[in-house]
Design a protein around this ligand. Sequence first.
Ligand code: F6R
Length: 617
Amino acid sequence: MCGIVGYVGPKSTVEVLLGGLKRLEYRGYDSAGVSVINGSGTLETRKRSGKLSVLVDDIEQNPLGVAHIGIGHTRWATHGAPTDGNAHPHLGGAHKKLSLIHNGIIENFAELKSELLEAGVTFTSETDTEVAAHLIAAEYDKTGDLISAFRRVVLRLHGAFTILVMHEDEPDVVLAARRNSPLVVGLGVGENFLGSDVAAFVEHTKRAISVGQDEIVILRSDRVELEDFAGNKVTHPEFQVDWDASAASKGGWSSFMAKEIADQPQAVGDTLMGRVASDGTVHLQELAPLGNAIHSIDRIIMVACGTAAYASEVGKYAIEAWARIPVSVELSHEFRYRDPILTSNTLVVAVSQSGETMDTLMATRYAKEAGAMVLSICNTQGATLAREADAVLYTHAGPEVAVASTKAFTAQITSIYLLALHLANTRSAHSKSELQEIGRELLKLPAQISEVLAGLDPIRELARSYKDAKTVLFLGRNVGFPIALEGALKLKELAYIHSEGFAAGELKHGPIALIEEGQPVIVIVPSVNDPDSLHAKVVSNIQEVLARGAKVIAIAEEGDKAVAQVTDQVCYVPAVHRMLAPILTVIPLQVFAMELSAAKGLDVDQPRNLAKSVTVE
Ligand code: F6R
């Protein structure tokens, strides 16, 4: 939520800032702005509501001066509508010499604003952010010391913030502070960077440092200093970004989402790499920090939001079946505020692509304080969640830029399968050879995903034919149920079509009343070889909705003749171990939503009202 970039160095600052914002635009895209201090030492600011392209066009037509220091912001509005005035940067002081950008929410802004209004300060925006700009400018005017003015004001702010500040009278330095919102430093040679995440600067440097909670960064071209809010020096180890800049570009695809769907064989393959031996044995070195405590886990609670929560729901079936440990999946924000029962034998698994989702962070902090072990499954190196957990299992999906999650989802499920098999190895519910056999099945997934991707033209065509649908229902049982939920979420967020996912067994308990002539229903059909004969039950569910006039699209296993007899709209996926099917069955649903969105002329990568990384509660 909101992307932040800062730069000090010899390159053309406007280009560095706009390039960084382009890569961060997925974090928010309702307005954007930059400030630079130009060659004559004057602060110049340009900000525009609308997508980043509006700002870029504006700057192209009326260029900013050559500069070697600057800050940039792309906004997801919280306080104040997305207008030019509310866009960041915000200027502070009587002479507007201070420029500030912010990600997060300053919870006590109303109180601070009253104080400033009483002192005669005039506000030009409706944001919570502007108070910080005026307060720092006023402190600086008193003492002429920007760092201590910054520190004093930051200590007065409540809530979540990453704030970057620069001042016309201090043209060599950008200051940054971080509490509860993400901030990473990029280390260059004779230049340094700040970003909400490494995507902001990965084009220029792969050396990075994650800034800790309640810390300040003093960024100059030749050095970077970190201190805590009390002014004590702090250091953090440098890490190497393993994303390639090209991985965060469209690479010839029509959208990031199209590229990321196609990336899935690699995302799943990279997530498996080095973790499954060729005989199928799974061993996760990453869990070593949990030590022997792993043997005494008596309960797992998975906390996540949105798509990551549906990945966790799939994982619950696998962990319970293979490791025989009871699992519950909870939405992070519900878990955090309901006084859950946690013990030192509870493993809380926090699943998050960004590793910065505030709800999930708050849930894990709460769990740690209550004495539970926390494992994070995360896709972003150096993310707060990864640093705060007792252990981290990275998904290796590479940068996910499209707002709707696709490859991170399949990589998350893959990681949870690995976790389930690792835990199963420490228990005795299944023989070693049974578990190895599943491990070998996992290794086949990348090739099977490629097969699914090669046969999606019929689903694309079907999607286009449902362009005017008002509502679409999704049904599934067992591991197909979370996939029904995920299919419905993708359609809501991308095509703005009302859609609901139901457990097929629940149909007769109410939802079947929604079925009328022509109602599209997408059904995830379990494997024909399902030992629990869920297949037959789902085929009966299909019959029930067909009898009431529904139009059924089935996602079924190759060779499923029973389904072909009841509907001619079938998308086939290769036969796999029944627990692994979600990795394949979700792909046609991702493509269905993407294609339908495109057919409606919508922006597939940046759906309305959303931001990729939800860094406020
Ligand atoms: C949906 C989507 C969201 C995220 C959710 C959690 O396509 O992307 O539902 O899954 O906001 O985000 P992370 O995984 O970053 O915690």
